[in-house]
Design a protein around this ligand. Structure first.
Ligand code: SAM
Length: 264
């Protein structure tokens, strides 16, 4: 008989590409009981005798978790309902981040249809929806999509049932090729090319990297997006990266990040 937690994975997973992902990857899917036993055993082993082990992803009704001992001995949970992510989303209306300043600045703010083509964990998409935009986030990695989708559902169900946000498991290129309804704004946040990027200091990004897809065609994505969006395309880049396509209308820099904004 199947373990109930395994059943739970089958309940949440309606996408065959997720099975493929776990089959072909060193990242393992674990059932909750199995995972807790391995985790306890690892924790009780003295540090110098611990063997490196593959990262685990555990889906359960209460919470989904990632354990990657290469990153931290602690467990990671993508959670918009507590911790620093909750702190940020609860203050969305007062947020003065460069992402917000990159969006069309008309007052009063008009709700735009925004395609967030590199959805990731979904923090940026959620912020844009909390600023009253209508957001569609696309994510090509099946496991990132499912974890982010479930974290978003928990949050919206409890704290923001009326926001307009939808997540799709799809490649940005396919969304752009179909584009029946053209978005006013396209936001691109591809994985940064270099691995030593400061972005990896953020724990969310460190957990995302092994599960995510590299966007090695950022220039093509940008060029196609400029033909699809009707008002602007925003590209997030490391601050020192070259300008991918001349000439952005404006750029906003903060910390290690630059937002290149192309108005159409
Ligand atoms: C830097 S992360 C985005 C972080 C996101 N802005 C957030 O707030 O969490 C980039 C994401 O884009 C995804 N990605 C890469 N290439 C893609 C493509 N061609 N289509 C859709 N998603 C893609 C990666 O799997 C990764 O999750």
């Amino acid at each position: 008989m199947q373990n109930p937690q395994e059943n739970f994975y089958h309940v949440v997973n309606t996408d065959p590409s997720l099975d493929e992902f776990f089959k072909n990857n060193s990242i393992k899917l674990r059932t909750s009981g199995h995972f807790e036993a391995s985790f306890e055993k690892w924790r009780n082993t003295p540090a110098k005798h611990r063997k490196p082990c593959s990262p685990y992803v555990v889906f359960s009704p209460e919470k989904d978790q990632i354990w990657d001992s290469n990153i931290s001995p602690k467990l990671f949970e993508l959670d918009f309902l507590s911790g620093k992510l909750n702190y940020r989303v609860c203050r969305a209306s007062n947020d003065a981040s460069p992402l917000r300043k990159s969006l069309p600045q008309k007052r009063p703010v008009e709700s735009k249809l925004i395609w967030d083509l590199c959805g990731g964990w979904g923090e940026d998409g959620l912020m844009m929806a909390l600023w009253s935009h209508n957001v569609v986030s696309y994510e090509s990695s099946p496991v990132v999509h499912l974890l982010a989708q479930r974290a978003l559902e928990k949050f919206t169900h409890q704290q923001a049932p009326d926001i307009k946000i939808k997540r799709m498991h799809a490649k940005a290129e396919d969304a752009l090729a179909k584009a029946n309804q053209k978005p006013e704004v396209i936001y691109l946040d591809p994985m940064y090319p270099q691995t030593k990027s400061k972005a990896l200091n953020q724990s969310e990004m460190r957990y995302l990297k092994p599960l995510a897809n590299n966007s090695d065609n950022a220039l093509r994505l940008l060029e196609t997006s400029l033909n699809v969006a009707t008002e602007s395309v925003i590209l997030k880049r490391p601050i020192k990266a070259e300008i991918l396509l001349q000439s952005p209308t404006r750029s906003i820099e903060q910390g290690s990040t630059r937002y290149d904004i192309y108005n159409l």
